[in-house]
Design a protein around this ligand. Structure first.
Ligand code: JHZ
Ligand code: ZN
Length: 423
């Protein structure tokens, strides 16, 4: 592992210079910057994508910060409501919060990065006031259309102060898959403290770095994701900003996530205590835990490219499913282009008709799979394998097969598609 020269980088959370390089994925284009036909004629910008570990607070992070207004621009294409598992997870999250907190017409539920309103509409339906905040114009407009009043802007300390002055403090603040995305990590967490009522609670979901490392989910590394959290690093981050990580619920969503319950008063329960102890015992808080990761990622590349190349050499046609941001990292790092994958399908209408960044593979509606019947479908959105395979059972019954790349390449056919229907 290379030790980063002290000059340039400091930890996004604790400010330490003691950052050690974990993995270098080279220079890649922005993962969600899907291209139009005109745009593929000119080269897209690429940015260094390198992962570091902080020896002081254990936070794993990338070095590069692409300006947030470039990442979350007019064309930001991620709309949560296209993914059943995400909608379902949000519904359960709200139901659980309401089962332990009495919220009514005088309460306020805020969501940071409310996207298209997939979560807050569960409160709107119950007559509980909400406020959505999201910097991406397309999803923010979609949220307003489903009845969620939404501020299209970035959240941080200043906005929190302003809302508080206006008397708009929150009983509950949700933030799913947003903490890793913000450039001013401490300012964002401090903003949560400012905006919360003294007896309020923040419910935050983040992908878990332990799953990333253990299951070689290297493709979840891209410029949108600045941080990759452990319980240890989170606990330091909240405490520094006057908040306490009191409870954790592990979730399987997005390859393995944590739902964090954070409050202005400390009352840490056993779920946090045991995970902190487990992380220390398994060495996740030391550089050594990350040492062979780069090697495991390189081996995975060999195995995936080897499999796809063999299938093509045998005369098979391969398409991919899911124009996911993670798919962009995978294709670019593994150098997989149109010679191996003919096209990608995706249910998100905002992505259809565009092209994958860097590799310029075209994106079509999912119906194309049944019409065209490629021999294999490569699951770029492997984290939704169950949902996708269930939905594509007709394709599978007609002989189509799926390739799941992570944690190791695996081919599945109709038997799995039919079995997963009953799960
Ligand atoms: P999916 C996103 O990452 C972006 P991505 C973001 N940066 C983040 O933090 C993580 O999520 C958590 C499509 N699909 O969820 C929809 C279907 O077409 O793996 C999506 O385009 N049909 C905010 O982009 C893509 O696949 C389906 O049935 O890596 C999946 O993207 C399903 C299930 C998905 O996230
Ligand atoms: Zn640190």
């Amino acid at each position: 592992m290379s030790q980063k020269p002290a000059a340039a980088l400091t930890c996004r959370s604790c400010g330490s210079f003691r950052l050690a390089g974990v993995l270098d994925l080279g220079k890649t284009p922005l993962a969600d910057a899907l291209l139009t036909e005109q745009q593929i004629a000119t080269p897209s910008p690429t940015f260094p994508l390198e992962l570091f570990f902080c020896a002081d607070c254990s936070l794993v992070q990338i070095g590069e910060t692409v300006p947030p207004d470039v990442v979350f621009d007019q064309d930001y294409p991620y709309y949560s409501s296209f993914i059943d598992a995400v909608v379902q997870n949000a519904r359960e999250n709200v139901r659980d919060v309401l089962s332990e907190r009495q919220l009514g017409p005088d309460s306020l539920a805020v969501e940071l990065a409310c996207n298209d309103g997939y979560l807050l509409r569960n409160f709107v339906e119950r007559g509980i006031p909400v406020l959505g905040i999201d910097p991406a114009p397309g999803p923010a407009e979609a949220a307003r259309k489903c009845g969620v009043p939404t501020l299209c802007t970035f959240f941080g300390r200043d906005l929190a102060e302003q809302l508080r002055k206006e008397g708009r403090q929150a009983d509950v603040i949700f933030g799913n898959n947003v903490l890793a995305h913000v450039a001013d990590t401490n300012g964002f967490v401090e903003g949560i403290r400012i905006l919360l009522k003294p007896d309020g609670m923040a419910v935050i979901e983040v992908p878990y770095v332990r799953d990333l490392i253990e299951k070689v989910e290297f493709d979840t590394i891209y410029h949108e994701h600045l941080c990759y959290f452990s319980v240890t690093s989170l606990s330091h981050l909240f405490r520094r900003n006057g908040l306490y990580l009191n409870r954790i619920k592990p979730l399987s969503i997005h390859g393995g996530s944590l739902r964090l319950f954070v409050e202005p008063t400390e009352r840490m329960d056993e779920s946090v205590r045991s995970m902190l102890a487990e992380e220390a015992a398994m060495g996740l808080t030391s550089q050594r835990f990350y040492e062979d990761f780069a090697h495991r990622v390189a081996s995975l590349k060999g195995a995936v490219v080897g499999l796809l190349s063999r299938l093509r050499a045998e005369g098979n046609r391969i398409a991919a499913y899911g124009a996911a941001a993670k798919g962009s990292t995978l294709l670019n790092y593994m150098d997989i282009g149109r010679d191996l994958i003919e096209y990608v399908v995706d249910r998100n209408t905002h992505k259809q008709g565009k092209f994958m960044p860097g590799k310029h593979i075209p994106i079509y509606p999912t119906e194309k799979l049944l019409e065209d019947r490629p021999d294999y479908v490569f699951l770029l959105a492997w984290n939704h394998a169950g949902e996708i395979i269930r939905q594509q059972r007709n394709y599978a019954q007609q002989g189509g097969k799926f390739v799941i790349p992570i944690p190791e390449p695996q081919i599945v056919g109709a038997d799995v598609a039919l079995k997963s229907e009953h799960e």
